[in-house]
Design a protein around this ligand. Structure first.
Ligand code: BGC
Length: 381
């Protein structure tokens, strides 16, 4: 049975569950977001952690990388769990994070050989993944300090995050002024609005890299989660995980998530594409295409807890990464080791390597234009 969000919250209140009882962390108990010191970077720069809550969803966000350090939602009996993989300290985020919870920019996923040509000029980007550029290069938006401004607006509670990327940073042309808004609605939805402007023609593709485990981080793999993706095609890749340019049909392949199936069902099928990614690590071409309002992209459900997340987006693509490169070398917030498949990412985006693929929707942003995309995560149990 699917309980409405209101029933879950009422249930949690009746069970005497308060923010203070979970995980020993400080949370906003209604009212506006609150801020505390999380740690310091090696050069002494302070990193703050913002706590906010609304509609039964609780979240903690770092000024470093705009990282979602925790995301707590109730199960069908009102019991909360942190469903986002992360670390307890800033030192671990700086030293070894595989983009846990982070904002990704200027370009989500890979650009072939870190190179592209725009208006006749070839740009060489920071290369940080073999010969390719991944997630904006060596010092992407995930490693920057964001200015954060809290707000409450009507029934919404949220944070506005700002970062200005200098002309030439990581090799990208143009000064990119970026604003990302995290909103928790009264229904407990987490909405992300991305905006950017530039003073020179450039490319941009922003996303967020939360690793979800709806049974709770540190509870084991997500292979029994049920996932559906509204996509009839995906973008196959080469050995370096660069799209070939083809939009291949998912029908009859392990990539067919048009009807919900478990994440683990086909993950061991001997398919060349799964060998390249050591599992699922591909961009799905959403049937709805680019939309002005967020349209449904995917639904993820953990049958054991009932926790369900629906993702709607204005973006045309969804990178589904099944946590393949988590290799048992990191200890997460729950105090356990993260291993392969312990979390998965559903990154709404334009397609990887679009600057080199004329057939893909364009990621070019020009002076005078405003880049605007929205993604909404809705939770129920
Ligand atoms: C990519 C993976 C990459 C991971 C880094 C994902 O978005 O698709 O290939 O290894 O990010 O954690």
């Amino acid at each position: 049975m699917e309980l409405s969000r209101r029933t879950v919250i009422a249930g949690a209140a009746a069970a005497g569950i308060t923010a203070a009882t979970t995980g020993g962390t400080a949370h906003a108990k209604g009212g506006g977001p609150t801020k505390s010191l999380f740690g310091k970077l090696a050069d002494g720069t302070k990193v703050h952690r913002w706590s906010l809550a609304n509609g039964g969803t609780r979240m903690q966000v770092l000024s470093y990388g705009g990282i979602v350090q925790s995301l707590e939602i109730p199960d069908r009996r009102g019991r909360y769990a942190n469903v986002s993989l992360g670390f307890d300290t800033i030192e671990e985020y700086v030293a070894s994070s595989p983009y846990f919870g982070a904002l990704i920019g200027r370009y989500g996923n890979r650009i072939d050989k870190g190179r592209f040509t725009l208006d006749g000029t070839t740009y060489q980007l920071s290369v940080n993944d073999g010969e390719n550029s991944l997630h904006g290069g060596a010092q992407g938006f995930d490693k920057r300090i964001w200015d954060i401004e809290p707000f409450t607006h009507g029934t919404d509670v949220g944070l506005r995050l700002h970062y200005t990327s200098a002309d030439g940073e990581m090799g990208y042309p143009g000064t990119l002024r970026t604003q990302v808004t995290y909103t928790l609605t009264r229904h407990g939805d987490w909405r992300i609005d991305y905006e950017a402007t530039t003073d020179k023609p450039t490319v941009v593709n922003l996303t967020n890299h939360v690793y979800f485990n709806l049974a709770g981080e540190s509870s084991g793999t997500v292979y029994d989660h049920e996932l559906s993706i509204d996509a009839s095609r995906y973008t196959p890749v080469d050995a370096g995980l660069i799209p070939t340019g083809e939009l291949a049909r998912v029908a009859g392949t392990p990539f067919d998530f048009r009807r919900a199936k478990t994440v683990g069902r086909d993950i061991r099928v001997a398919h060349q594409q799964l060998l390249y990614g050591q599992g699922l690590d591909h961009n799905w071409v959403l049937d709805k295409g680019i939309t002005t309002r967020p349209g449904h992209a995917a639904t993820l459900r953990d049958p054991s807890s009932g926790r369900t997340m629906r993702i709607a987006t204005t973006e045309p693509g969804l990178q589904f990464y099944s946590g393949n490169f988590l290799d048992g070398t990191l200890v997460g917030t729950g105090g356990t080791v993260y291993r392969q498949g312990d979390g998965l990412c559903l990154e709404t985006q334009h397609f990887p390597d679009s600057p080199n693929k004329p057939g893909f929707p364009s990621t070019v942003l020009r002076p005078g234009q405003t880049y605007r995309t929205t993604t909404v995560h809705s939770f129920s149990a």
